[in-house]
Design a protein around this ligand. Structure first.
Ligand code: ATR
Length: 272
């Protein structure tokens, strides 16, 4: 029987993970099956358990189950433990290993694919939900000069600042709190783009910005990316690179091989 993996979420129909992992498997000559599982909102644990009982080797976990996956894991990597969210499960004997590859995916896309170094840069991270939390530690590990966290609800950004204070230089506040400041890299980790919206940002915030990055993606550049480009950002990027890179990091954890991501990113971009 082929080793079996899947992405689990709700909804799941539009997930690109089966396509990405099938491309990785083909490229690396790994014999495996990768599917998609729709878990009922109130039945994540049992759905995972039944996949595991059938011999499943690992899962990618997506919205809205990353916190439940974190609670389900019997062992956590450091990055998953600190993010308090799990996007990758690996089943080994009786153990359920929980990892979080989202932040590594973002960092690798920025540094490796877009060739922009994070070290010594001023970074603005927009948002303070699960998507933002998952990338804070990996960003700080690249030693930026500053990581500013801005959120519509300022208290949530301040809570993250307190939690991650020991790992680097962090500032936090509302978007307007950063009025008059400049950033080299601005990352949108809010869910606003899902609703074709964008947070209201201070004038001039993109004046010295080398890269505006939206973790979301869509056929057209998101409203945030269009605004960033119009207001001075030199380069824009959507979340497709991050999506493929986080998948590659999961594949590495499961199979011990890091697949080539650039051809898969190019292929995905051609039909999104
Ligand atoms: P996720 O887990 O995907 O990050 P979440 O926990 O619901 O989702 O967080 C969504 C984030 O997007 C939050 O930072 C939210 O801001 P608030 O904390 O103030 O709610 C932000 N967000 C969503 N829609 C937004 C909008 N239209 N403008 C600004 N921020 C928005």
């Amino acid at each position: 029987m082929l080793d079996s993996y899947a992405v689990i979420g709700n909804p799941i129909a539009h997930s690109k993970s089966p396509l990405i992992h099938s491309a990785f498997a083909q490229q690396t000559n790994q014999a495996l099956h990768y599917g998609a599982i729709l878990a009922p909102l109130d039945d994540f644990r049992e759905t995972v358990e039944s996949f595991r009982q059938q011999g499943g080797k690992g899962l990618n976990v997506t919205v809205p189950f990353k916190l439940e996956a974190y609670q389900l894991a019997t062992r956590l990597t450091e990055r998953a433990s600190i993010a308090q969210a799990v996007n990758t499960l690996k089943f080994e004997n009786d153990e359920i290993l929980g990892d979080n590859t989202d932040g590594a995916g973002l960092v690798r896309d920025i540094e490796h694919n877009l060739e922009i170094s994070i070290a010594d840069k001023r970074i603005l991270l927009m948002g303070a939900g699960g998507a933002a939390r998952g990338v804070i530690l990996p960003l700080l590990q690249q030693k930026p000069a500053l990581l500013a966290i801005a959120n519509r609800t300022a208290q949530k950004a301040q809570a993250l600042q307190q939690q991650f204070d020991a790992y680097g230089h962090i500032a936090a506040g509302s978007f307007m709190h950063f009025s008059g400041e400049n950033f080299d890299i601005i990352v949108n980790a809010t869910s606003a783009s899902l609703h074709d919206a964008m947070p209201e940002l201070p004038d001039g915030i993109f004046a010295h910005t080398a890269l505006a990055y939206d973790m979301m993606y869509s056929h057209e550049p998101t409203r945030f990316l269009q605004f960033a480009q119009k207001n001075g950002a030199r380069q824009i990027a959507d979340g497709i690179g991050m999506l493929v890179e986080q998948a590659a990091e999961s594949f590495l954890l499961w199979r011990g091989i890091r697949p080539e991501t650039k051809p898969v990113i190019a292929r995905l971009k051609s039909f999104i």
